[in-house]
Design a protein around this ligand. Structure first.
Ligand code: XMP
Length: 526
């Protein structure tokens, strides 16, 4: 969102905008303030003092960033911002920039200081340091630092390698606090307390902002941007696209048109859940495209996982493109891009036009179709998206869904994919999830699924010999899906899962439990 777009009402009267200088953790500052009940979001560093004043902010934060203040292209801000009578917190680059603009000296270090450092407080009386122990750990990530405060700042705390780690303005007429470390990361154990002190004690916030305010605010922003245009939204059955659809429906009602592609690679009940939620409950215009035949034809005879993904991706684009074309005058495509996707693709707010994303979830679509993208969740983290889904009235079943890969069950039927194999897997997967849910394990696990192995083994059922398929059960716990550990599902639950699958699913006589962590294994088998 661009800072100048303030004609809509801000979601609360307590707002603290963050000038984004491109730091990897800039959005985390906003998220911490929202956790504290204060509305915060990133704005362009080129914002003018007048634009800032129009927001009536309680405080202003200058984020960290990768540049050195001496770089020719270093992002900067209007130095009148320090004299608006509004408290300013400069974090890392934000602190250095303040010193640089106001007359202090910033010096480059020979080495980047990265990681934990020990902070010693020399003056604990300032409200910013209320309740912080005299010695505490902070997380540093910087090259330059402020080496001469030129009488502008008073130092409150330092570390052995960074004497000016916490500074305040020496003049009472200027309410500036600077920190060289990052209070927004969890590696700074009292970081949240420092941000609370800034927001509550220095900026005088009370913390009344809630996610429902965000829903109203985001809907107003979408309405303003879309006007009378029509919007297409691809639903996947996952939480992100579901929340986008619910939010857009709140914002623009019948101007929203959803498309759900039934690839034939979905789990049991998936299509029903999407239809009942969006068509029956929200009364959204939902087009369900039945494309099972096309997908299965493309996959016939293909065993290589990457080739499966490639074919599925291409077919998906074709089907979606065709469906989207039949929606008259659609000029926007809505996507459930979250903040981690944005930062992974290297796009902060610093100097970039907000609202446009270079990479997208449906490969190549906007460019090919001439759509503009709408990505109302790009400021949020996953758990915030879930909270927003709750506020918008989505069922828990959708909000708390484990992730499901785009290529669907095609990468869980190892080897060649056929409808018969998919049906076996669907049955096994349904039983597995029923047991996980009924044993209250769904919310403590991150992803649970069945895999149909291309392995047949000998068994005995009744008095007869069998030679049938093997199902592997995969259950993992993870924070970010980059690394994962296998879940310690209780033996008796595993026993029930195994018994039920073998007894109830025709063609399966053996169930294995996958006890590999990631790395070295991956979560999916293909
Ligand atoms: P891996 O198997 O790489 O999975 O450990 C990490 C997470 O990503 C999901 N996944 C995919 N999602 N398209 C997707 O949309 C894919 O091709 C794909 N492959 C894996 C996987 O389910 C897990 O949550």
């Amino acid at each position: 969102m661009q800072a100048s777009a303030t004609s809509f009402k801000l979601p609360h009267d307590e707002v603290i905008p963050i000038l984004d200088f491109g730091g990897q953790t800039a959005q985390l500052i906003a998220r911490r303030l929202r956790e504290l009940g204060v509305f915060s979001w990133l704005v362009s560093p080129s914002i003018t003092p007048e634009q800032l004043l129009a927001m009536k902010p309680r405080g202003i934060i200058l984020s960290g960033g990768p540049a050195s203040v001496y770089d020719k292209t270093a992002p900067t801000c209007d130095k009148r911002i320090f004299d608006l009578g509004i408290p300013v917190l400069g974090i890392c680059y934000g602190m250095q920039l303040a010193a640089h603009l106001l007359g202090g000296k910033v010096t480059g270090a020979d080495h980047r200081e990265f990681g934990r450092a020990h902070l010693s407080i020399s003056d604990a009386k300032h409200p910013f340091l209320k309740g912080i122990p005299d010695r505490t750990t902070v997380w540093m990530s910087h090259g330059d630092q402020v080496t001469d405060t030129a009488g502008l700042f008073k130092t409150l705390a330092g570390t052995p390698t960074c004497p000016n780690a916490v500074v305040i303005s020496a003049s009472p007429s200027r309410q500036f606090v600077g920190v060289q470390f990052h209070p927004e990361v969890t590696h700074t154990p009292h970081g949240i307390d420092l941000l609370r002190n800034f927001a509550y004690d220095i900026c005088q916030c009370n913390g009344g902002w809630r996610m429902s305010d965000f829903a109203n605010h985001a809907a107003a922003r979408v309405r303003e941007r879309i006007g009378s245009a029509q919007v297409v939204c691809g639903l996947s059955g996952g939480v992100d696209s579901a929340v986008v659809a619910a939010l857009l429906h709140k914002a623009i009602g019948s101007q929203l048109h959803c498309v759900f592609v039934d690839t034939g690679l979905l789990r049991n009940g998936e299509r029903d859940l999407v239809e009942s939620t969006f068509r029956d409950h929200f009364k959204i215009d939902l087009k369900v495209v039945d494309a099972e035949k096309e997908f299965l034809t493309d996959l016939a005879g293909i065993s290589d996982p990457q080739e499966k993904r490639r074919r599925i991706g291409h077919r998906f684009i074709d089907v979606f493109k065709h469906a989207a074309k039949s929606i008259p005058n659609a000029s926007f495509l809505a996507q459930g891009t979250l903040y981690p996707d944005v930062i992974e693709s290297g796009q902060g707010h610093a100097g970039t036009a907000a609202g446009i994303k270079l990479h997208h979830n449906v490969g190549g679509l906007p460019e090919q179709l001439g759509f503009e993208l709408v990505e109302p969740l790009r400021e949020l983290f996953k758990d915030e998206v879930r909270a927003l889904g709750g506020v918008l009235g989505l069922p828990d079943q959708l909000i708390w869904r484990h992730p499901f890969p785009g290529p669907g069950l095609a990468v869980r039927v190892l080897g060649e994919v056929t409808k018969a194999k998919l049906d076996v897997l669907r049955e096994a997967d349904e039983i597995l999830l029923e047991e996980i849910v009924s044993n209250n394990l769904y919310r403590t696990t991150s992803q649970v699924f069945a895999v149909l192995l291309p392995v047949q083994s000998v068994g005995v059922m009744g008095d007869g010999r069998t030679y049938e398929n093997t199902v592997a059960v995969r259950a993992v716990e993870t924070q970010d899906f980059m690394t994962a550990d296998w879940s310690r599902i209780p033996y008796d639950v595993l026993a029930t899962i195994s018994n039920r699958i073998i007894n109830e699913v025709r063609g399966v006589n053996r169930v294995c439990y996958d006890i590999s962590s990631k790395p070295p294994a991956t979560i999916e088998w293909e």
